[in-house]
Design a protein around this ligand. Structure first.
Ligand SMILES: NC(=O)c1ccc[n+]([C@@H]2O[C@H](COP(=O)([O-])OP(=O)(O)OC[C@H]3O[C@@H](n4cnc5c(N)ncnc54)[C@H](O)[C@@H]3O)[C@@H](O)[C@H]2O)c1
Ligand SMILES: O=C(O)C[C@@H](O)C(=O)O
Ligand SMILES: [K+]
Ligand SMILES: [Mn+2]
Length: 351
C-alpha cells in the first residue's frame, strides 16, 4: 500500500470549505486506485490561530509540516483579523521560503463547460512558471522618517541561480508540451534586474535546442493573455509578474475559483506544497457557494507530483465532465453549491 502523508492547512475563509471537500475527493481517488492511501494531519494555522497565539503557526510548525510528503493548503488571509502582510509572511510565504519551494507552476486553459469571458478564447492552454522565492517578494528594505517625510524602500532580489532555475524548469516543461517558452520581462522600464533577467533567459535558452522562445514586456503580455491567449505555451515570470499573470490566466478561464498551483521543492529536502491560486474570498465565506474546482484541480497536481498521473488525468476529466454538464457554482454563472459540485465529482469518479 502506497501511503501519502499530507499536512493539511485549510487556513482562512473559504480555505476551510474547499479543503475538506477536496479531501473527500482524494479519499475517493484512493479507493478507486486500491493501492494508495492518504494520511492527513490537520493544522489549524491561520488568522484565528494568530489571534489566540500571536503567531501564524506554532514554533515547531515547520518541523512538523516537514514530516509530511506534501502540504495541502487552502488560503491564508483575513484582513479583518490580521494585516495581510503579517498573515502571508507568517504562513504561506514562510513555507515557500523555508521549504525552498522556488518554483510555482500554474496552468490556465479552456475548461469544458466553463465560459471564458473572452468572446473567442480559441483553445488556449498555458503553463505559467512563476519564480517563487525572491524577485519583488523580498524582505530587504525598510521605512524611515515619519509623516510627510516618510519613505519606504523595497529592494528586489534576483539571483542568477533562482532565475536560471525557474527558466530551466520552463524549458523542460516546454519540451514535453508544445516547445515554446515566453519570458515575461520589463527591461524597458526596470533598469537593472530585468536586463539581467533577459540575459539569463538568453543564456538558458542556448542550452535547450529545439525550443522556440519569445520575450514580451509584462504589460503587453498581460494584455495579450486577454486578446491572444492561444499564442502561449509555457511562460516564465518573476514572482510578482507571475502572481499577476496567473490571476489574469484564472480570469480568462472564467473564474479565479478554478485555478490551481503547485509550489515545488526541487532539491528533495522538503515537501512541496499544493494550493489554489485564489485567496480566502472573505466576500463569499460561509455561504457554501465557493467553487471547489481550484482546490480539487490542485489535488490533481498533487497526484501528478506523487507519480499518479493516471489518477490525475481521471480526476481532471471527471471535473470537466461535471462542469460540461452544467454543474456550476455562481462565480461561473451557475446556481449549484460547492457540495453539489463536489458530490457530482465524487459520484462520477465512483462510476
Ligand atoms: N495563496 C493564498 O493563500 C492567497 C492568494 C490570494 C489572496 N490571499 C488572501 O486572501 C484574502 C482575500 O484576497 P483577495 O480578495 O485579493 O483574493 P481572493 O482570491 O480571495 O478573492 C478575489 C475574488 O474572487 C472570488 N473567489 C476567490 N476564490 C473563489 C472560489 N473558490 N469560488 C468562488 N469565488 C472565488 C472572491 O469571492 C473574490 O470576489 C486576502 O487576505 C489575501 O491576502 C491569499
Ligand atoms: O503570492 C502571493 O502574493 C499570494 C497569493 O496572491 C498567491 O498568488 O499565492
Ligand atoms: K491559495
Ligand atoms: Mn496571487
Amino acid at each position: 500500500m502506497k501511503n501519502i502523508k499530507l499536512a493539511v492547512i485549510p487556513g482562512d475563509g473559504i480555505g476551510k470549505e474547499v479543503v475538506p471537500a477536496s479531501l473527500k475527493v482524494l479519499d475517493t481517488i484512493a479507493d478507486i486506485h486500491g493501492g494508495m492511501k492518504f494520511e492527513y494531519e490537520q493544522f489549524e494555522y491561520g488568522c484565528d490561530y494568530y489571534l489566540k497565539h500571536g503567531s501564524m503557526m506554532a514554533p515547531d510548525g515547520m518541523e512538523r509540516l516537514g514530516q509530511s510528503d506534501s502540504v495541502f493548503l487552502g488560503a491564508v488571509g483575513d484582513a479583518s483579523k490580521v494585516p495581510d502582510h503579517i498573515s502571508l509572511w507568517g504562513l504561506l510565504l514562510k513555507i515557500r521560503r523555508e521549504f525552498e519551494l522556488e518554483i510555482n507552476v500554474r496552468p490556465a486553459k479552456v475548461f469544458s463547460g466553463i465560459r471564458s469571458p473572452l468572446v473567442n478564447p480559441k483553445d488556449f492552454d498555458i503553463m505559467v512558471v512563476r519564480e517563487n522565492s525572491e524577485g519583488e517578494y523580498s524582505s530587504v528594505g525598510g521605512r524611515m522618517y515619519q509623516g510627510d517625510d516618510e519613505i519606504a524602500i523595497q529592494n528586489n532580489v534576483f539571483s542568477k541561480r533562482a532565475t536560471k532555475q525557474a527558466m530551466e524548469h520552463a524549458f523542460r516543461l516546454a519540451g514535453v508540451r508544445r516547445g515554446h517558452v515566453t519570458s515575461a520581462t520589463k527591461s524597458n522600464g526596470i533598469f537593472h534586474s530585468m536586463p539581467f533577467w533577459d540575459e539569463v533567459f538568453k543564456e538558458t535558452a542556448a542550452g535547450f535546442e529545439g525550443i522556440e522562445t519569445a520575450s514580451r514586456h509584462i504589460d503587453a503580455l498581460a494584455a495579450s493573455f486577454v486578446t491572444h491567449p492561444e499564442r502561449y505555451d509555457v511562460v516564465v515570470a518573476s514572482n510578482l509578474f507571475g502572481d499577476i499573470l496567473t490571476d489574469v490566466g484564472a480570469a480568462i478561464m472564467g473564474s479565479i475559483g478554478i485555478a490551481p498551483s503547485a509550489n515545488l521543492n526541487l532539491n528533495g529536502r522538503h515537501p512541496s506544497m499544493f494550493e489554489p491560486v485564489h485567496g480566502s474570498a472573505p466576500d463569499i465565506v460561509g455561504r457554501g457557494i465557493a467553487n471547489p474546482i481550484g482546490q480539487i484541480w490542485t489535488a490533481k497536481m498533487l497526484l501528478d507530483h506523487h507519480g499518479e498521473e493516471e489518477m490525475g488525468r481521471l480526476l481532471l476529466e471527471t471535473m470537466e465532465s461535471v462542469t460540461a454538464d452544467g454543474f456550476l457554482t455562481p462565480d461561473v454563472g451557475g446556481t449549484n453549491t460547492m457540495d453539489e459540485v463536489t458530490e457530482q465529482i465524487i459520484g462520477r469518479l465512483k462510476r
